[in-house]
Design a protein around this ligand. Structure first.
Ligand code: GDP
Ligand code: ZN
Length: 382
């Protein structure tokens, strides 16, 4: 099974002599590796380093050997895509030319679509404490997005050097109420930076967060050699996150891989209205011990709802819920043939298209909602 085991036994033995690197004495032994970058029809694959005396196996993420690979025709034929992060088998290595061919993609443990990357172990969500100001609503949006991937994540608050200890305490207390324990960090302070570095060891991590929070600075601080590499663009898989758009995994000197997401400030939430509440730790925890009267409660204004109420991010929840409902409706509209859509004039005399099923599903909760738009969306169908 593909994976990135943490166990000490499988960790790279730093005393491994270079001559025992990728199975040169045993050409028949299967070679495995991780795809670091994909561009056109080429894949840069970091080979696993077998621990001396053990058969080749999935390996923590550190190696010195990378091969530029093509994809076997057989994989193309069966439509098998190869993604960054994929664990693959490599055949016919040409050690001198540093070439090879991917013959198999091992089963994926996870798959992110933005950025497109497989087998990520964790997401590192970075927000700055200042410059730019920490915006709670925007942070909530990123948190919900991260929660919805199902992949473990850490929240890191950067630029710690720019705010007072009191302000940090305020944020810590506030975020604890939200259900998160942030890691405070500055690229200028050793403590936070070292804690962060150890979180990344031997893991495959995707860094996410708005622009300007210090993601590039952090990556450069973690991988000092990267700046040099950025300058030295060459060959088909020329590196350089500033000059190309492709997703790429960077190797951490201490072991582990790091991918950067393009800076985006407003990630799109793609979850369903029903899922949303589970992406807020506050409600998730409530719902572990209590239940709403209605099993399909959307926690708007239903009677005997245990979620609605006095928690800070309830307002965020309502906003995101609105978005999720709108999205659901739009998707349904796209997928529904014309004859299953009712056309109704609303009170302003405008025609609106209403997918029947969806409207029915959400109608009960929409009646008394304080959200004007929600009310409009469903009233027409009653
Ligand atoms: P990105 O857009 O998230 O990649 O952010 P950058 O790495 O480009 O950083 C944006 C700005 O924040 C730059 O001027 C950095 O020098 C600055 N910066 C990054 N990390 C820190 C930090 O820990 N403390 C302070 N004071 N500034 C930082
Ligand atoms: Zn409820």
């Amino acid at each position: 099974m593909a994976g990135f085991p943490d166990s000490e036994a499988q960790r790279r033995d730093s005393t491994t002599p270079k001559s025992s690197l990728p199975n040169q004495e045993e050409p028949s032994a299967p070679l495995t590796g991780t795809v670091l970058a994909v561009q056109a029809n080429y894949y840069r694959v970091q080979l696993d380093v077998p621990v001396v005396g053990t058969p080749p196996q999935p390996h923590p993420l550190a190696s010195e050997e990378t091969l530029l690979c093509t994809r076997r025709a057989r994989l193309k034929k069966i439509g098998q895509q190869v993604m960054v992060g994929d664990r693959v088998r490599v055949e016919e290595p040409d050690w001198a030319g540093k070439r090879g061919a991917i013959s198999e993609v091992l089963p994926r443990e996870s798959e992110l679509s933005r950025p497109p990357i497989a087998n990520v172990n964790q997401i590192l969500l970075i927000f700055a404490l200042a410059e730019p100001d920490l915006e709670p609503y925007q942070l909530s949006r990123f948190l919900v997005k991260a929660e919805s991937t199902g992949i473990a994540f850490h929240l890191c608050l950067s630029k710690q050097d720019l705010v007072s200890a009191e302000e940090q305490t305020e944020w810590r207390d506030r975020l604890r109420q939200w259900g998160y324990e942030p890691l405070f960090m500055s690229i200028h302070s050793s403590q936070g930076f070292d804690d962060l570095r150890s979180l990344l060891n031997d893991r495959m991590t995707v860094i996410s967060g708005p622009s300007g929070v210090g993601k590039s600075s952090l990556i450069n601080a973690l991988i000092p050699a990267l700046d040099l590499r950025v300058g030295a663009v060459s060959g088909k898989l020329g590196r350089g996150r500033h000059t190309t758009r492709h997703v790429e995994l960077f190797e951490l000197p201490t072991g582990g891989l790091l991918a950067d997401t393009p800076g985006f400030n407003q990630p799109t939430l793609t979850c369903t209205p029903e899922e949303l509440a589970s992406y807020f730790p506050e409600t998730r925890h409530r719902l572990e011990t209590e239940v709403c009267q209605f099993s399909d409660c959307l926690h708007i204004d239903e009677p005997n709802c245990v979620v609605r109420g006095d928690w800070e991010r309830y307002e965020h929840y309502l906003e995101f819920l609105q978005e999720a409902i709108d999205r659901q409706m739009a998707l349904h509209e796209q997928a529904t043939p014309d004859d299953s859509i009712k056309v109704k004039a609303n009170r302003q005399g405008q025609q609106r298209y209403e997918p029947r099923l969806e409207a029915k599903k959400y109608r009960r909760v929409s009646r008394k909602t304080q959200q004007q738009q929600l009310r409009q969306l469903y009233q027409d169908g009653e």
